[in-house]
Design a protein around this ligand. Structure first.
Ligand code: HEC
Ligand code: HEC
Ligand code: HEC
Ligand code: HEC
Ligand code: HEC
Length: 476
């Protein structure tokens, strides 16, 4: 397979050019008909393989389009998934560039090893200092092994999980690892039945992240490992695959009917680029998933001396890990509550509202225009701290993290106090909702202001209401 060298200059001045190049490369058809068209444009099977010598190319280096020629159903699911989006993600691209620059190349393959694992393992995306002393990364988005992120062979060529952290796994370049090792499969391509493919440890090799400074960034596998879904009871245990790759009837190859596993990998994230397949369907699936995993309760509790007390509690249910999980320093789950005095129709109390930039007032300088404006904010997320224990925003800057998460089955609550003298009538209406978003505006703003990201993304990030409840309470 020809790998087009798209050497990219990483100097501050050319950052915008770089980002433009990544986008433009993704739109072009590549050069000389050798490179594969990018997923953003749908992918073209015939062109990909026409120029490859299929006989001699190791399976691990095959593009998803190649596999998709025969495995249409799997390809159609996967191409709308976040695995296919892992390097197209403009926030990832912006962070990768910023991280390589800030660490003067020390980040090297750290991010790429999970977001484009085949590229990292086969050294297709070197990071180096050029003769002019500028940092460069070869990151050719036209190469499907880079531009299509976590491709089929990232999982199906995995021969051994060495550790459930930081992509420590071995590849078997020539053999497809499948759940069954069926005779029909062995006829089509060298195949073995793999025990690890169907185990959560396979997912865990990428879904636990510790950065080079030792800060815990993602802990999904370990959260699951300690959960009731991994108790050893086959009747109640659930693997990552059970929830994120549900079984269905469908085609392994066209014209057959078999038990298959959906490859949409529904989570919380949605593509923030225009040309990405199945966006509407994914939004619906993400919304349904998020609405299935929280139980919200609103109660009036015992009055304090001079105030009414309202308790809002939320429980993480039907979920194999923490809420939120994954890149928790980016994720925000919070309670928005308003209390209305029914006599006047006026809102007498509010928490979980946003400032004029859309940021939550989380008491951290730099996040909100009014950091102290919401002292009762109930939010689940993680905080990152740098070398001098200062707050930092980006994963490579962190020396440690502090997680404020709801573990599986755990309930979190807050009591909100409404001073008696604010209420004129004898009835209060409390509206509460649990809200989710994948990135806070302050993070996107920093990347935009420094020129790593083109402006305009903040409005694209949806806020999904996971649950809402309205209760009235008579007082006096
Ligand atoms: C020329 C057609 C063709 C191509 C190309 C192809 N496959 Fe297959 N594959 C098959 C057939 C046929 C089966 C067996 C179907 C059955 O069991 O009914 C199969 C089975 C599989 C299985 C299930 C194996 C098991 O455990 O039984 C996996 C996983 C798989 N293929 C992955 C891939 C991947 C990844 C690629 C790309 C590197 C790929 N295939 C490319 C035809 C193909
Ligand atoms: C019992 C079902 C269940 C199991 C088991 C499960 N998940 Fe999830 N997963 C969910 C639900 C529900 C959500 C959405 C709520 C959330 O983000 O925690 C989710 C969200 C996610 C997310 C997005 C997290 C975020 O907030 O950004 C990732 C990544 C993920 N799961 C990976 C995994 C992996 C890897 C495993 C196995 C180690 C796993 N899941 C096991 C149900 C499950
Ligand atoms: C993130 C890892 C991952 C990626 C990426 C992935 N698969 Fe799979 N695939 C799996 C796992 C795990 C199973 C087995 C699920 C089980 O048995 O519980 C599977 C099963 C299969 C099967 C066997 C039939 C079935 O559905 O059980 C085929 C065929 C297959 N995958 C093809 C593909 C193709 C083609 C792509 C790329 C377009 C792809 N896979 C991408 C993890 C992955
Ligand atoms: C080779 C590394 C790798 C492996 C193996 C892997 N993943 Fe992922 N996964 C990623 C990356 C990277 C992302 C983030 C992509 C993005 O959002 O840009 C991701 C995203 C996801 C998401 C979407 C999360 C969201 O926020 O919406 C789910 C769900 C998920 N993976 C489940 C799984 C499951 C289940 C397995 C095992 C069958 C698995 N993954 C194996 C690297 C991997
Ligand atoms: C060990 C594997 C691994 C490493 C290393 C890794 N990531 Fe990720 N990354 C993931 C997984 C898995 C997810 C999905 C988690 C989730 O959805 O919450 C993810 C999610 C993300 C997201 C959120 C995606 C979105 O669009 O919502 C960004 C941005 C990101 N990573 C950037 C980076 C950067 C920058 C680095 C390097 C400093 C890095 N990652 C290193 C595995 C990894």
């Amino acid at each position: 397979m020809t790998l087009t060298p798209a050497t990219t200059l990483l100097s501050r001045a050319s950052l915008l050019a770089l980002i433009a190049c990544l986008a433009a490369c993704a739109d072009s058809e590549g050069d000389g008909g050798e490179a594969t068209s990018n997923g953003a444009t749908g992918g073209t099977t015939a062109e990909t393989t026409a120029s490859n010598d299929v006989e001699t190319t190791p399976n691990a280096l095959q593009s998803p389009e190649y596999c998709g020629q025969c495995h249409t159903a799997h390809y159609d699911d996967w191409e709308g998934s976040m695995h296919a989006y892992a390097t197209q993600d403009p926030v990832f691209q912006a962070m990768l560039v910023k991280g390589i620059l800030e660490t003067e190349g020390k980040l090297d393959q750290f991010c790429i090893q999970c977001h484009a694992p085949i590229a990292a393992k086969f050294e297709l995306s070197p990071v180096y200092e050029d003769d002019d002393g500028a940092w460069r990364v070869d990151f050719d988005m036209n190469n499907p092994l880079i531009g299509r992120g976590v491709v089929c062979t990232s999982c199906h060529s995995m021969s051994e999980v060495e550790a459930t952290v930081n992509a420590e796994f071995k590849l078997d370049p020539n053999i497809i690892h499948g759940p069954n090792g069926s005779a029909a499969a062995q006829e089509a391509h060298p195949t073995v039945k793999s025990e690890s493919l169907t185990s959560s440890t396979m997912c865990g090799t990428c879904h636990n992240v510790v950065n080079p400074k030792g800060a815990l960034l993602e802990n999904t596998f370990s959260e699951w490992y300690a959960s009731e879904f991994n108790s050893g009871d086959p009747n109640t245990d659930k693997s990552c695959q059970d929830c994120h790759m549900p079984a269905a009837r469908g085609e392994i190859v066209e014209g057959t009917e078999a038990d298959i596993h959906r490859h949409r990998f529904v989570g919380v994230d949605l593509a923030l680029i225009d040309d990405f397949p199945d966006k509407e369907e994914q939004l619906q699936l993400v919304t349904d998933l998020l609405r299935s995993c929280v139980r919200l309760e609103v109660n009036r509790t015992e009055d304090h001396d001079d105030s009414y007390a309202i308790r809002v509690s939320m429980t993480n249910i039907n979920n194999g890990h923490a809420l939120p999980s994954g890149s928790t320093a980016d994720r925000q789950v919070w309670v928005h509550i308003t209390v209305t005095d029914d006599a006047t129709g006026e809102v007498v109390y509010e928490s979980g509202m946003m400032d004029e930039n859309g940021d939550l007032m989380d008491r951290i300088t730099g996040h909100s225009t009014n950091p102290e404006g919401d002292p009762d904010l109930l939010m689940y997320s993680s905080l990152l701290f740098g070398d001098n224990d200062q707050h930092v925003t980006f994963p490579w800057q962190a020396a440690r993290s502090f997680e404020i998460l709801l573990q599986p089955g755990q309930t979190g609550w807050r009591e909100y106090l409404i001073p008696h003298d604010r209420i004129q009538g004898d009835q209060l209406t409390v509206q509460a909702r649990v809200r989710y978003r994948t990135f806070p505006p302050f993070l996107i703003r920093e990347l935009e202001e420094e020129g790593f990201l083109e402006p305009g993304l903040i409005g694209e990030i949806p806020i999904i209401d996971m649950a809402e409840l309205t209760e009235t309470f008579s007082v006096r």
